[in-house]
Ligand binder design. Structure first.
Ligand code: TXA
Ligand code: MG
Length: 357
């Protein structure tokens, strides 16, 4: 299949371009589109044949349910059979925006969207292109992140094309996404409500509106078996083996320097992913190794600016993979605010290789 890439101005999307993509959605085709978090891969949520194509294009297991996107909160009654007052309050406070809410589903949402679960994940994105597309499509749109299964989520149209060219019908190219990692998922089918995935909306922001929301880690042993289905699988992983260094900056930097020297001495090519302060501290150590071509460095934001770290994280992982390194050594930022989601994604990418220093 030929994938059509349609450029669109993210602040003033040309209606005729978006209409072409909306027509593709209505016609049962797959359309990748920018949201304020990451690019999504959309299909008509009421068309099980179109939804099945999403799983095939991504190589995603059918057991991992999709988020349903709507243009307006009002459309949600088409998808959810019951909306508790706290969920409505949270939606009113933060939609349109980087929030996903899990609610009991309406029968017309097909089992292929929800992987047979009795619940459905719902989101109203704020990105102008996403909103225009959803409005013109006139149907709720099921959309996971527009990456091949287990790869980092795409924050540019080029990332989407790198993963899915020839496997999907249309890419709406609205430039780089703003937040850079996925929405925060809050599950209202349990009491108290549980944050199943940290993301672009912080737990602090959520608790200001619904104080009783708990993080998965606070649930105790009974809740552990209930993490979001997709959170159990390999996720956000670069091709290189990533090791995450958590702890005080100077200690993390010292360990990364030592481990880089060891790996480079064995002939390995090593990528360093770190906030810019850490890279500055590492520079004297790494300069001689970088000159040999053994070491590639990639900044992701700054310890003092978690928003920028979030925005640059996935692109940084992809850039290091493109250099062909076999190992990535990454230093973590603090886990407050958006940092919680950043550290979550890095921890998953590390697949257990976490060094606490
Ligand atoms: O920011 C985002 O959320 C992006 C953009 C495109 O909206 N979407 C996204 O979708 O990240 P995806 O499919 O990559 O991640 C959705 C997560 C998965 O881990 C899935 O298991 C979980 O949401 N999920 C979906 N429906 C669920 C349900 N009914 N119950 C529990 N978890 C659910
Ligand atoms: Mg995803």
């Amino acid at each position: 299949m030929d994938t059509r890439v349609l450029k669109v101005d993210p602040s003033q999307p040309d209606p005729s371009v978006v209409e072409e993509a909306a027509r593709a959605i209505r016609g049962g085709q797959l359309v990748a589109f920018p949201t304020e978090t990451v690019y999504g891969l959309g299909a008509n949520a009421f068309d099980p044949v179109a939804v099945a194509k999403i799983f095939e294009a991504k190589g995603r297991p059918a057991t991992d349910p999709l988020i349903v996107h709507s243009a307006h909160i009002g459309q949600l009654s088409m998808c959810a059979s019951q909306v508790p007052p706290a969920a409505r309050q949270l939606g009113l406070a933060f939609w349109a925006g980087p929030l996903t809410i899990i609610l009991p589903k309406q029968p017309q949402i097909s089992d292929s969207v929800t992987a047979g679960l009795p619940s459905v994940a719902l989101r109203v994105p704020s990105h102008r292109v996403a909103r225009a597309l959803l409005e013109m499509a006139g149907v709720p749109v099921a959309a996971p992140s527009a990456n091949r299964f287990s790869r980092p989520s795409p924050t540019t149209a080029a990332h989407v094309v790198a993963d899915l060219d020839g496997r999907i019908d249309v890419v709406l190219d609205g430039g780089a996404t703003d937040i850079g990692l996925e929405s925060t998922i809050v599950d209202f089918t349990v009491d108290p409500p549980v944050m199943r995935r940290p993301g672009g909306l912080t737990l602090e922001q959520i608790r200001r509106v619904v104080p009783e929301v708990v993080a998965v880690s606070e649930q105790g042993s009974a809740g552990v078996a209930q993490v979001a289905p997709g959170q159990l699988t390999r996720h956000y992983a670069p091709q290189a083996a990533l090791t995450l260094y958590m702890g005080a900056a100077h200690l993390a930097v010292a360990r990364v320097a030592a481990d880089t020297r060891t790996l480079a001495a064995r002939g390995a090519r090593v990528g360093i992913l770190a906030p810019e302060e850490d890279l500055r501290a590492l520079a004297p150590e790494l300069a001689p190794l970088a000159a040999t071509g053994r070491v590639e460095v990639q900044p992701y934001g700054s310890r003092s600016d978690p928003e920028r770290s979030a925005r640059e994280l996935f692109a940084g992982l992809r850039a290091l993979d493109a250099c062909g390194v076999s190992y990535i050594l990454a230093t973590a930022i603090d886990a407050g605010g958006l940092g919680l989601a950043v550290v979550d994604r890095l921890t998953r990418a590390a697949e257990g290789r976490v060094r606490k220093v």
